[in-house]
Design a protein around this ligand. Structure first.
Ligand SMILES: C[S@@+](CC[C@H](N)C(=O)[O-])C[C@H]1O[C@@H](n2cnc3c(N)ncnc32)[C@H](O)[C@@H]1O
Length: 209
C-alpha cells in the first residue's frame, strides 16, 4: 500500500504513545512494554490497522504488535485509535529487520493481503519466501504459527509451496473465507474492499515445531 507521502506522518507517528520508535531496544523484552507475559501476536504489513485494532480490543488477554513499512500508512492506523488499547503497539519498519527487533518471544504472525510481487525476479520480496521464513524462525518463542489471508491466488499457491517446503504443516485451508466455518474473522481494509467486490478470500494456518 503506497499512499502519497504525507509530510505530517512522521511527526504524528513519532508522537503517538502506540508507536515504539526505538524497537531494537526491546529485543527479547517486549513483555516489559506491556507489563505482562501474555502471548505476543504480530502482524506484518498492517496497512491502516483495522485488523490489529479489532483483535486487540476483542482479545485483551493477548498482546498485539503491528508492523508497517511506510510512515503515511501507519499514520492512518494510529489516527483510528479513539480509546485506550493497552495491549496494542505499532512499529514502523521493514520486515527484513524483524530479527533485530524480536528474539524468541512471538507466538503467532499474521500476514494479511501481503504484497504479491507477481514478477518472478521479485519473489524474494514475498513475505512467505524462504528468506523471510528463516528470519521468522528466530523470533518465534517455540512453536511457529503463521495465519495468512490473501485475495491473490498466485501468492496463495506460492505460499502453500514455500511454507510446506520449509516444514510447516498447513491446516484449515480455505479458498472462500466468508463461506467457510472459520468463526472469528476480523476484516482488514483490503479484505473489506475485495469482499464487497465479490472476490473470494483465501486463508490458511501454518504450524511448525
Ligand atoms: C497490500 S497492503 C495490505 C494492508 C493490510 N494488511 C490489509 O489487508 O488491508 C500490504 C501492506 O504491507 C506493507 N508491507 C509490505 N512489505 C512490507 C515489509 N517488508 N515490511 C513491512 N511492511 C510491509 C505495505 O506497506 C502495505 O501497507
Amino acid at each position: 500500500m503506497r499512499l502519497r507521502n504525507n509530510k505530517d506522518a512522521k511527526g504524528i507517528i513519532t508522537a503517538s504513545e502506540y508507536v515504539i520508535n526505538n524497537p531494537k531496544d526491546y529485543k527479547g523484552k517486549w513483555n516489559t512494554v506491556f507489563n505482562n507475559n501474555n502471548k505476543l501476536y504480530i502482524e506484518i504489513g498492517c496497512g491502516k490497522g483495522d485488523f490489529i485494532i479489532a483483535n486487540a480490543i476483542n482479545h485483551p488477554e493477548n498482546n498485539y504488535i503491528a508492523i508497517e513499512k511506510y510512515d503515511t500508512v501507519l499514520m492512518y492506523a494510529v489516527k483510528k485509535i479513539d480509546k485506550n488499547i493497552p495491549n496494542l503497539r505499532f512499529i514502523r519498519m521493514d520486515a527484513l529487520e524483524i530479527n533485530e527487533v524480536f528474539d524468541k518471544e512471538v507466538d503467532l504472525i499474521y500476514l494479511n493481503f501481503s504484497d504479491p510481487w507477481p514478477k518472478e525476479r521479485h519473489a524474494k520480496r514475498r513475505l512467505t519466501h524462504e528468506r523471510f521464513l528463516k528470519l521468522y524462525d528466530d523470533i518465534f518463542k517455540s512453536n511457529k504459527t503463521i495465519f495468512m489471508k490473501t485475495d491473490n491466488i498466485h501468492l496463495f499457491e506460492f505460499s502453500i509451496e514455500s511454507l510446506s517446503d520449509y516444514g510447516y504443516k498447513l491446516k484449515n485451508i480455505s479458498l472462500d473465507l466468508i463461506n467457510s466455518d472459520i468463526k472469528e474473522n476480523f476484516m482488514t481494509e483490503y479484505e473489506k474492499k475485495f469482499s464487497e467486490m465479490g472476490t473470494r478470500i483465501n486463508r490458511l494456518e501454518a504450524y511448525k515445531d
